[in-house]
Design a protein around this ligand. Structure first.
Ligand SMILES: Cc1cc2nc3c(=O)[nH]c(=O)nc-3n(C[C@H](O)[C@H](O)[C@H](O)COP(=O)(O)O)c2cc1C
Length: 141
C-alpha cells in the first residue's frame, strides 16, 4: 500500500482547505493518507512515506508561505531518492508572480533526487473540484 503524506503551509487557511480536499479525495480512493501542517513537520518524517505532497500558498513577491521557508531550506540537504513528490499551491493571478512558491518547491525537490510526479497544481484563489480530481488521478497513476 502506498503511504502518502500531505504537508501544507497556509496563513489564512486557503492552502489548508485545498490540502484537506486532497486528503479527502485520496482517502476516498483507499490511500492511507496523513495530513500535516508544515509548521509542525520535520523533513525526517518524509522518509516514512512513498508519496509526498507539498503545498504552499504564495506570499510577498512570489515567496513561500512563512512556515515553509525553514522546511524548504532543509530539503536541499535531504536525500529523497526513490520517493515520489507532487506539488500544489494557491495564489492569485492578480499578483505578478502567480504561485511562485510552487516554482520554488519544484526547484528544491530537484536537488533531493525525488521523482516529481504530475504537473504541479496551481490554484487561482478557488479550487475547481474537477481540476482536483484530474490532478489526483495524475499523481497516483
Ligand atoms: C500581501 C500578499 C502578497 C501575495 N503575494 C502573492 C504572490 O506573489 N503570488 C501569488 O500568486 N499570490 C499572492 N498572494 C495571494 C495569496 O497566495 C492567496 O491569498 C492565498 O489564497 C493565501 O493562501 P493561505 O491562506 O493558504 O496562506 C498574496 C496575498 C497577499 C495578501
Amino acid at each position: 500500500m502506498c503511504k502518502t503524506i500531505i504537508i501544507y503551509g497556509s496563513t489564512t487557511g486557503n492552502c489548508e482547505s485545498i490540502a484537506s480536499a486532497i486528503e479527502k479525495n485520496l482517502k476516498s480512493k483507499g490511500l492511507q493518507t496523513t495530513l500535516k501542517n508544515v509548521a509542525n513537520t520535520s523533513v525526517n518524517e518524509l522518509f516514512d512515506y512513498d508519496l509526498i505532497l507539498l503545498g504552499s500558498s504564495t506570499w510577498g513577491d512570489g515567496g513561500l508561505q512563512d512556515d515553509f521557508i525553514e522546511f524548504d531550506k532543509s530539503l536541499s540537504s535531504t536525500n529523497l531518492s526513490n520517493k515520489k513528490v507532487a506539488i500544489f499551491g494557491v495564489g492569485n493571478t492578480g499578483w505578478p508572480n502567480f504561485c511562485g512558491s510552487v516554482d520554488t518547491l519544484e526547484t528544491s525537490i530537484q536537488t533531493t533526487g525525488a521523482i516529481l510526479v504530475g504537473k504541479s497544481l496551481r490554484v487561482d484563489v478557488d479550487l475547481d473540484r474537477n481540476e482536483l480530481e484530474e490532478w489526483v488521478e495524475q499523481i497516483i497513476s
